[in-house]
Design a protein around this ligand. Structure first.
Ligand code: HEC
Length: 492
């Protein structure tokens, strides 16, 4: 019985790929201001603009995409739970949603529509039709509509809540107090024992800050609402007297202000060992500009069931660098490029652009043989360091040898509101006013069998040969029959 298998090597695949895609990432000058807002006419969606009301059309959008932040105690500076609360912000709601994928957009989810993969676990982007409704509603003088159409209010946890639900294990850092006004501080804030007596595989981790800043405090930036800017941390096994770690284990996804929780996905896990501790090795804390404040971090872990062995372990991809950047003053559209060759078959779990204050956009391309296609382009706002978690069946499945190309865009003109200085050259560095250019997303390495099995699942979901699965260049590659080798002939 001749073994049937998919391309065993890159050369054959390149020769036989049936489609040649050269969809380059869309050219934009990468500046904050030079892109028109996304405007839509309600009539194009079969909607009479005059029929659009708050209770029927707008409230459901706010509930789904805004209220987890825009509610009492939700983190955003104003609530959008009732008509009265919302109507005075109507114009700003229209404007901030219409910029959609750029710095300052609301909701803060900056994936550019119409290019690359569009299915994310944590996506709360608005559709074209929803933007059309918001725009029609504002243009028609924000009518309230029939109160009977109002959806029942959502229920929110009374404390700050866990986005992913109650964790199995919560670990707490020490309290950190910052003065009303003072310099930023970096450094180690100690270890936190996990208390685990056996190894546990982690399904998701969420980090939240608990502080004494009043939830209704006037804050014009997100930084005014939090003490911690970020925390880089790892876990490892405790030494005998419990004062330090004998070895460094996993580096966990960085906690950053505005960043979302990490769900590693089914079949993917990260290990928290028995008798381990978290080492909170690199915190960055800052004054909030209001008064002296105290805060701490809580790390909430959800576990896979005991005894579970995940198929894959996740690791952080690091495309780009923060070493030798050369950022010119007062100039839009500056680009940075990094190319990495994948040394094994790879499933990309998430895309996490990391730039600093000058950053405005990042794209990720996969180059495979004669194919070059854009996996995603996303806007960047240094107030919101976002991670984009692909749906399991939409995550890029890239063969060994693929070149991952990351493109970062920075804008150092005054149009970029996150920028402190338009006049001076800036290099690389850890401060937000210096620069980094990296993709901190998660990936898993796949064996040949795992790669084939994942592709077989994709193919089963694809309707016909005209469907192209972005990010899976070999999904429709023709099969190769190995019988040729048995008769001494070469592969086709
Ligand atoms: C992840 C949390 C989060 C989500 C989700 C979110 N917002 Fe916001 N929003 C904020 C924060 C924090 C601010 C204040 C900082 C800023 O302006 O960027 C803000 C500010 C705003 C402002 C500016 C108000 C002003 O004073 O100018 C508007 C308008 C707004 N949001 C609308 C929305 C709408 C509409 C949605 C949903 C479609 C939404 N937001 C979703 C957190 C969020």
């Amino acid at each position: 019985m001749p073994a049937r298998h998919w391309f065993p090597c890159a050369i054959m695949a390149m020769v036989m790929m049936p489609v040649a895609l050269t969809a380059q990432y869309p050219v934009r000058d990468g500046s904050v201001s030079n892109i028109a807002p996304y405007l839509f006419a309600a009539a194009d969606f079969g909607i009479n603009p005059e029929d659009v009301t708050f209770t029927k059309d707008i409230a459901p959008i706010l509930q789904r995409s805004c209220q987890n932040c825009h509610r009492a105690g939700g983190g955003a500076p104003m609530a959008f739970t009732t008509y009265q609360e919302t109507r005075r912000y109507a114009t700003r709601i229209r404007d901030r949603t219409a910029i959609r994928d750029r710095m300052g957009a609301m909701p803060p989810f900056f994936v550019e529509p119409g290019v690359g993969i569009q299915r994310f676990k944590n996506g709360n982007a608005l559709s074209d039709e929803e933007l059309a409704k918001i725009q029609a509603w504002v243009d028609n003088g924000v009518p309230e509509g029939d109160p009977a159409d109002m959806p029942p209010p959502l229920e929110f946890p009374t404390d700050q809540g866990w986005v992913l639900g109650e964790p199995d294990l919560v670990l707490r850092s020490i309290d950190v107090t910052v003065p009303a006004v003072g310099p930023d501080r970096w450094g180690d804030i100690g270890i936190v024992p996990t208390g685990l007596t056996e190894d546990r595989w982690v399904h998701s981790v969420e980090v939240r800050e608990i502080n004494d800043i009043p939830t209704d405090a006037a804050a014009t930036t997100v930084g005014g609402r939090y003490v911690f800017h970020h925390m880089t941390y790892f876990s490892g096994v405790l030494n005998e007297d419990g004062t330090g770690l004998v070895s460094q284990g996993r580096v966990w996804p960085v906690h950053e202000i505005g960043r979302n929780a990490d769900v590693f996905g089914d079949g993917v896990g990260m290990l928290l060992q028995a008798n381990s501790a978290l080492s909170l090795s690199a915190s960055h804390v800052h004054s909030t500009g209001g008064q002296a404040n105290t805060g701490h971090l809580e790390f909430g872990f959800k576990f896979f069931p005991k005894g579970y062995e995940p198929k894959y372990t996740s690791s952080i991809r690091l495309g780009g660098n923060g070493i030798d950047m050369d950022v010119r003053p007062n100039q839009a559209g500056q680009e940075f490029h990094s190319y990495d060759v994948l040394t094994s078959h790879t499933k990309i779990i998430s895309f996490e652009p990391h730039l600093h204050a000058p950053g405005v956009r990042m794209c990720m391309e996969a180059i495979w043989g004669i194919n070059r296609f854009t996996l995603n382009c996303v806007g960047y706002d240094h107030n919101w360091v976002k991670q984009y978690l692909y749906e399991d069946d939409a995550a890029p499945l890239l063969p060994k040898g693929t070149i991952l190309h990351i493109i970062g865009f920075v804008d150092t003109r005054a149009d970029n509101p996150n920028l402190a200085d338009t006049r001076n050259w800036a290099g690389s560095g850890r401060r937000s006013v210096s620069n980094m250019f990296a993709d901190l997303g998660q990936m898993v390495r796949l064996t040949e069998e795992q790669f084939q099995a994942e592709m077989a699942e994709r193919r089963a979901n694809m309707k016909d040969k005209n469907t192209y699965d972005i990010g899976c260049p070999l999904c429709w590659a023709p099969q190769v029959i190995e019988a040729a080798t048995a008769t001494g002939g070469g592969a086709p």
